[in-house]
Design a binder for this molecule. Structure first.
Ligand code: ADP
Ligand code: ASP
Ligand code: MG
Length: 424
């Protein structure tokens, strides 16, 4: 018998009927003798609804004070979920208790809307588990050193669950969601996408960081750091399927690279529509210029992703980079307002309608020609590549957003991802 953490996402908690089904599944595991900790998300749509209300009242506010209130508001979605799930378990005769993040507490830093977990006190949870209770802890929420409620960024309940599993040294962390595992790409975009039985930790890290929202990236980082056994599986299977069958379903995140994985040159395709491109034109080509452009952007707490600097002509060059789409207007204002005049750049151009498409695979390390196959495939579809970035196990391109689905489908086919691995 083990200590198991279950995480249920928004769709899995989407109605009282769904919550009852979650309670039945958790009760099945508890009755089989496992110590159970459950981390649910807000009911589907709830976090968006709450943030929408906030936006109606303060459309453009980015001050610390308003960020604090945004977190206080957004965190309430998970507060409702834990209470409802505890009630549903109790109604089935299973002792259960719910906690908000601050009650555990789950300690974080003070970076509102994207706080990082620093420490989890497991004393209270362990006492309840020893008393035979199912412990239900809010996803997404934390508490900063000054006692303020924080949230962990969108999709952050995954991270709460893995962090709780790490703190409790759980035997397994099971992430229940609305698809039955991690696929070669988002199955909602490419119906031919295949579920992977296992995916290496490194590949999962890249997939999450490059836009596959099936796991929040920080949850994968936590799993790697603390070696948390992690599995992604469906909450939509009948709740009463045998536990050993359920435990083998979905996708295992593995820390070992087995031979089978090494054969797959490309194992997944990710895409991200949440970025925008900015180009600073006619920049004097001299030492320190990248810092003069990107320094103020970083100070404004705007993350920069893909960066390209062109070769110079007549002592001037163009400098392009991508930023989160949410920060696009702020970044443009900053660059046009103070940065460009200070370095006497000629113009700042922007395009918010781009997307980044990435191919990922640990097999790319030992295979040449993978990137060129990607470029050929895109050119055959008539898709222009605006930016390229590579690492050992991924190649990403920035393209016009309107070609995203076409690009993902074409690449999925070109790399044989719709075929079983033996045939590729
Ligand atoms: P939850 O509410 O359970 O956290 P999310 O919506 O955050 O669920 O994540 C699950 C979704 O991730 C799926 O419905 C799917 O559309 C999307 N997704 C993106 N890339 C992948 C992938 N490679 N494999 C599986 N799902 C993916
Ligand atoms: N409810 C939060 C969100 O919608 C956290 C999560 O679902 O993981 O982003
Ligand atoms: Mg999620």
């Amino acid at each position: 018998m083990g200590l198991i953490v279950h995480k249920y996402g928004g769709t899995s908690m989407g109605s009282t009927e769904r919550i009852r089904s979650v309670a039945q599944r958790v009760a099945k595991w508890a009755r089989a003798g496992h110590q159970m900790v459950v981390v649910p998300s807000a009911m589907s749509g709830e976090t968006n609804r709450l943030l929408g209300l906030a936006k109606e009242l303060a459309p453009a506010s980015t001050s610390m004070e308003s960020q604090r209130e945004l977190d206080a508001i957004a965190a309430t979605g998970e507060q409702v979920s834990v209470g409802l799930l505890a009630l549903a378990l109790q109604a089935q005769g299973v002792p259960a208790v719910s906690y908000a993040g601050w009650q555990v507490p789950i300690e974080t830093d003070s970076a509102y809307t994207k706080a990082r977990i620093s420490k989890i006190d497991d004393a209270r949870v362990r006492r309840d588990l020893a008393d035979g209770k199912v412990v239900i802890i809010t996803g997404f929420q934390g508490l900063d050193p000054a006692g303020n409620v924080t949230t962990l960024g969108r999709g952050g309940s995954d991270t709460s669950a893995v962090a709780v599993a790490a703190a409790l040294k759980a035997d397994e962390c099971l992430i229940y969601t609305d698809v039955d595992g991690v696929y070669t790409t988002d199955p909602r975009i490419v119906p031919e996408a295949r579920r992977l039985d296992a995916v290496s930790f490194e590949e999962m890290l890249e997939m999450a960081s490059l836009g596959s929202k099936v796991l929040q990236i920080r949850s994968v980082e936590f799993a790697g750091k603390y070696r948390v056994p992690l599995r992604v599986l469906s909450s939509f299977t009948p709740w009463d399927i045998p536990i050993d069958e359920e435990s083998r379903s979905g996708t295992l995140i593995t820390f070992e690279e087995d031979e089978k994985m090494e054969q797959a040159v490309v194992s997944g395709i990710a895409f991200n529509r949440d970025e925008a491109k900015i180009t600073v034109m006619g920049v004097p080509d001299r030492p320190g210029i990248a810092f003069q452009i990107l320094g103020p952007v970083a100070e404004a707490n705007i993350d920069v992703d893909v960066i390209i600097q062109n070769v110079s002509h007549d002592g001037r060059t163009d400098f392009s980079f991508t930023v989160p789409r949410n920060d696009y207007n702020r970044a443009l204002e900053l660059l046009r307002g103070s940065v460009a005049p200070a370095i006497s750049a000629t113009q700042v151009l922007g395009d918010p309608r781009i997307c980044k498409v990435s191919i990922i695979g640990i097999g790319m390390r030992s295979h040449v020609g993978v990137a060129s196959k990607m470029f050929r495939t895109l050119s055959e579809e008539g898709i222009n590549i605006q930016m390229i970035t590579t690492s050992e196990i991924k190649t990403s391109v920035v393209i016009d957003e309107k070609y995203m689905e076409l690009a993902v489908r074409a690449l999925h086919r070109a790399f044989g991802l719709d075929q079983p691995p033996s045939a590729s």
